[in-house]
Design a protein around this ligand. Structure first.
Ligand code: HEC
Length: 116
């Protein structure tokens, strides 16, 4: 007869990491939403000074896309994609590469609060 407890431990050793990693993206998502909710919007506004030399503060797209009103979590993924060079634009790769996580989250909170 198979010892049930022994079987349980064996199964958890094999598949436990899968449960663990499976739970992680959801937790990361919740953490990000939490960080955005607590972000310093005024710091974001301060940092945005550099961005609006190219991105129109009026929300108009004149060659360069408007970034006003982009959902904050999407904004963070876009900037991270430029930072990791997944998105190609050289200028934005350079801009994003200079920002740390706190600055990106503050910018996301600020720009998402603007009407698009
Ligand atoms: C020198 C000009 C310039 C500056 C400064 C600049 N950007 Fe950009 N940005 C661009 C261009 C051009 C694109 C379009 C790139 C592309 O087609 O991939 C872009 C794209 C973006 C996008 C994606 C928009 C979309 O709809 O896909 C975001 C978000 C963004 N910029 C955020 C920022 C932030 C935040 C800053 C300030 C830290 C900033 N940008 C500073 C030129 C600039």
């Amino acid at each position: 007869m198979v010892n049930k407890r022994f079987l349980f431990v064996g199964v958890m050793m094999l598949f436990g990491p899968m449960f663990f990693f499976h739970g992680n993206p959801t937790k990361a998502q919740a953490d990000l939403a939490d960080q955005i909710a607590k972000a310093d919007v005024e710091y974001g506004e301060y940092l945005s000074g550099e961005c609006i030399t190219c991105h129109q503060s009026t929300g108009a797209s004149v060659g360069i896309p408007s970034i006003n009103g982009i959902d904050a979590e999407i904004f963070v993924s876009i900037i991270n994609a430029y930072r990791s060079k997944e998105l190609e634009n050289k200028v934005m790769q350079m801009m994003a590469g200079r920002l740390d996580d706190e600055q990106i989250i503050s910018l996301a909170a600020y720009f998402s609060s603007l009407p698009d």
